[in-house]
Design a protein around this ligand. Structure first.
Ligand SMILES: NCC(=O)N[C@@H](Cc1c[nH]cn1)C(=O)O
Ligand code: ZN
Ligand code: ZN
Length: 483
């Protein structure tokens, strides 16, 4: 572990003190960011994402950054309409060719949130309760993006030279699948990315109280299953019993996907999954993860599996299928006796090495059409896959992991766990395949942050210690042999 003398030689002690002293200002800035409802799920609200990106761009400019708002063109929606995508921030701070270049990726869009979903506080008003900062995007991912910017600010305010060159890619469409960013990455591979040595992402969480470095994420294939029946909604008393109902067909289709054990019923879907090796099996044993604490965090009494190893494997290295919702269904309060005309079921499959989205799309589509054919329904079935992302896996012997480990030791005084992430950062695998650069994830969020849930939060401590971690990481990267 690094000694205090080494830390003070690096100037990090002063930086840490500055971060502690500035923490109320940093929280206030997060409050301003959370107040912008930059929900990417609704194209009607993408103007808020543009506003959020402009606020982020202005912040980077105050740090002396050169900022480009790169255009991503348009996206064709399922109704055939074309909508212009929000831009992506490509930014660079002043460059010194003698230093390595770190590219920081993050996103400033959020998942939808409404008070009536069951939030205790207004989701877009950052509210501090018992040391926790509640608000949509506090952890996913506005808090960590701001923590990176504040780490830079700390060096600059103390007139300390930044140990590394820094670039930023900040997008506003991550929660909607990062459409367009893959093409931009290809277009800028020989320019923006050419002098990048390391790419780092902080868009995930620890799995316990122990800090972690992340070397893998699952991918995702998101499906829409549309069943269209009659030309309008109908009275169930008049027509019930004499027509094939779209909703009944859809429920049967959704029910055919997964067993109560979690086993996915689509034939051959598990065939591509990389076999579990003995060496990998051992890795799970050493990881700090308490099933009882996890149960409490999730608010459940029982999991699908009984051991820590099985739970982690089914979160990191096996596929899973989740059903998310039904568009067009009657869902309000009351007892409307309606037969909905058209319903769209939404489900997704998390992908692991060596699953491929185009194979999964084929397997799912063929299977659903077969199940539907067996129902002899005259209704119309349409299966589409609006979002797909491949899984990502890094080589943990990459030197970036050495810098990450040392930075964790400096700030937290412990060795980090090496973990994977069950969720998806759609662009991670693309960065890897296209740029070939070193990629690591350096999470600062807590296991109980409730990303995508009601009452999402980040603790003040994670936010502030996380800012120190990023500042220490800049220093540790500069200490690696420069390529
Ligand atoms: N913090 C990462 C995250 O939440 N990513 C989303 C991205 C996604 C994948 N498919 C649709 N959106 C996630 O759900 O994993
Ligand atoms: Zn995220
Ligand atoms: Zn998310």
């Amino acid at each position: 572990m690094q000694t205090t003398a080494e830390v003070s030689g690096s100037g990090l002690d002063l930086i840490f003190k500055y971060i502690d002293e500035q923490q109320n200002e940093f929280v206030q800035e997060l409050k301003e960011w959370v107040a912008i409802p930059s929900d990417s799920s609704d194209p009607q609200a993408w103007d808020k994402i543009v506003r959020m990106l402009n606020v982020t761009a202005d912040k980077i400019k105050t740090l002396g950054g050169n900022v480009e708002l790169a255009d991503l063109g348009s996206q064709k929606m399922s109704n055939g309409q074309s909508v212009h995508l929000p831009p992506v921030i490509l930014a660079e701070l002043k460059k010194d060719p003698k230093k390595p270049t770190l590219c920081i990726y993050g996103h400033v869009d959020v998942q939808p949130a409404k008070k009536e979903d069951g939030w205790t506080t207004d989701p877009y008003t950052l509210t501090e309760i018992n040391g926790n900062l509640y608000g949509r995007g506090a952890s996913d991912n506005k808090g960590p993006v701001l923590a990176w910017l504040h780490a830079v600010e700390a060096y600059q305010s103390l007139k300390q030279e930044l140990p590394v060159n820094i670039k930023f890619i900040i997008e506003g469409m991550e929660e909607a699948g990062s459409n367009g960013l893959d093409t931009l990455t290809e277009q800028r591979n020989m320019t923006f990315f050419s002098d990048v040595d390391y790419i780092v992402i902080s868009d995930n969480i620890w799995i316990s109280k122990k800090p972690a470095l992340t070397y893998g994420t699952r991918g995702n294939c998101y499906f829409f299953v549309e069943v269209e029946g009659q030309k309008q909604d109908m009275h169930s008393g008049v027509f019930g019993g004499s027509i094939h109902e779209a909703m009944t067909d859809l429920i049967a289709l959704l029910d055919s996907l997964v067993e109560s054990s979690g086993h996915i019923l689509i034939p051959a879907i598990n065939e591509a999954v990389a076999p579990l090796t003995e060496e990998e099996k051992k890795r799970y044993q050493g990881i700090q993860f308490d099933l009882e604490v996890h149960k409490k965090d999730c608010g459940v009494t029982k999991f699908l599996f009984d051991t820590k190893e099985e739970i982690l494997q089914h979160r990191w290295r096996y596929p899973s299928l989740s059903i998310h919702g039904i568009e067009g269904a009657f869902f309000e309060t009351g007892t409307k006796t309606v037969i909905p005309r058209k319903v769209i079921g939404k489900f997704s499959i998390r992908l692991v090495p060596n699953m491929d989205p185009s194979e999964v799309e084929k397997q799912v589509t063929e299977y659903l059409h077969k199940v539907f054919a067996e129902r002899n329904s005259p209704n119309q079935l349409k299966v589409t896959m609006p979002i797909s992302a491949k899984p990502w896996l890094a080589d943990v012997s990459d030197p970036q992991f050495v810098a990450g480990r040392r930075a964790v030791q400096t700030v937290f005084g412990v060795d980090p766990d090496l973990i994977c992430e069950g969720s998806t950062i759609p662009i991670a695998r693309n960065f890897q395949d296209v740029t070939g650069k070193s990629i690591m994830m350096l999470p600062i969020g807590g296991a109980d942050d409730g990303e995508h849930s009601q009452n999402e939060k980040m603790s003040r401590s994670s936010y502030i210690q996380g800012t120190k971690l990023f500042a220490a990481f800049f220093y540790e990267l500069s200490q690696l042999p420069h390529k």
